[in-house]
Design a protein around this ligand. Structure first.
Ligand code: KG4
Ligand code: ZN
Length: 361
């Protein structure tokens, strides 16, 4: 089975071809990601209208490149999968309209995929893990613990009630005059710093359960920065590094402790080969990664982290999730709608926060 996948829900225009033969592991034949960082750089964040226009301009080029790289044509494809939400609506629409056009033109089946399901199913594409597993999805737009029990069966055990950690890293970088995206630059500074010099809160650790909050950390950083600037008239390189290290340690501690709690809930189900999987750009952070690895090992649980190119937004994950849906008998038609919000777990109450992709799904 060969699936063409399209992704355009935030600031990456992506297309990919994924193929699976019989019971062999699925293979990524091609995965093209055209980023838009330079288009948004001057604005300090993703501008939805600019993103939508760029997606509309590039998505067909992206599809062509993905087919070319895979050495295939549309006649080799069995179905077209597309992100139908959640995300910035103009971008999602660009992808959905392109996929509908391709489906009408070729007569191929159309499959709408939830972007979060794409992330959440990635460890099955990369590491062939079985259900059920625990997923921590942690990026610039999302932060949630998901008990993944099937292609379409997700239970959210908790998530952020305000910002996503990636957003907090990006904001921290802005406040300290470091380049975007903030995650890698804050991490690089933190490596030179002392994490104990400035005290940062560990939000919501006093509250039971797996919900998290990161907006207070941002505010704490702003206050501490202003205090230091007031006292000394500016920040030295050491101050900046210590602020980054303290902030990063606080995020890592919160994620580690909440993961410990989420694992407890997951392990209560007695899964046969327990797995903790991560996805999202923040999973690239080596301190966070090592703390999560430690928590997994502490509980005798296997830790799976897909390669970074498949942790961040891409279309291979959409093609793969589409393949699972198609095999399970799901298919859409031209009534498929683009959805700015689309919670994976519709039985849990909505989370309060909103990230750079709009309200958290
Ligand atoms: O998954 P992603 O590429 O896009 C979405 O948000 O969907 O994640 C991007 C986020 C950015 O906020 C970026 O600052 C953060 O991931 N990030 C990191 C690191 N690398 C990227 N955060 C912390 N440490 C890193 N090394
Ligand atoms: Zn994403």
């Amino acid at each position: 089975m060969t699936i063409l996948g399209l992704e355009s829900s935030c600031d990456d225009t992506a297309a990919a071809v994924v193929r699976q033969r019989g019971s062999e592991p699925a293979e990524i034949m091609s995965s093209i990601v055209l980023g838009q960082a330079e288009l948004h750089a001057a604005f300090g964040g993703v501008v939805p209208e600019i993103a939508a226009r760029a997606h509309a301009e590039k998505i067909d080029i992206c599809v062509k490149q993905a087919l070319l790289r895979a050495g295939l044509t549309l006649s080799d494809v069995d179905a077209i999968a597309v992100t139908a939400g959640p995300g910035l609506i103009g971008g999602v629409l660009a992808g959905v309209m392109c996929a509908k056009g391709l489906a009408v033109g070729t007569g191929l089946p159309l499959i709408g995929v939830n972007h979060l399901a794409g992330h959440a199913l990635t460890p099955r594409l990369t590491d062939q893990i079985d259900y059920p597993y625990l997923m921590l999805l942690v990026s610039g737009g999302h932060c949630q613990f998901l008990l993944v029990q099937g292609t379409d069966d997700f239970t959210r055990l908790g998530g952020t009630i305000d910002d996503a950690p990636g957003e907090a890293f990006d904001k921290t970088a802005r406040l300290l005059g470091l380049p975007q995206p903030g995650g890698p630059s804050v991490e690089a500074e933190a490596r030179k710093g002392d994490a104990t010099r400035y005290a940062f809160p560990r939000p919501l650790l006093d509250r039971e359960g797996c919900d998290m909050s990161f907006s207070g950390l941002k505010t704490a950083l702003l206050r501490t920065r202003d205090r230091v600037v007031e006292e000394k008239g500016g920040l030295t390189p050491a101050d900046r590094a210590d602020l980054c290290a303290g902030f990063q340690m606080a995020v890592a501690d919160v994620l580690a402790e909440k993961t410990r709690r989420a694992l407890r809930l997951y392990l209560a189900e007695n899964p046969a080969d327990p797995v903790l999987a991560v996805a999202g750009g923040v999973a690239a952070n080596s301190l966070i990664r090592s703390k999560l690895e430690f928590v997994a090992a502490e509980n005798g649980v296997r830790f799976v982290a897909p390669p970074l190119s498949l942790c961040t937004d891409n279309a291979a994950m959409i093609a793969y999730a589409g393949m699972e849906r198609y095999r399970a008998g799901s298919q859409d038609d031209l009534t498929l709608v683009a959805r700015p919000r689309w919670p994976l777990d519709t039985s849990s109450p909505a989370l309060l926060g909103s990230g750079k992709k709009g309200a958290k799904a």
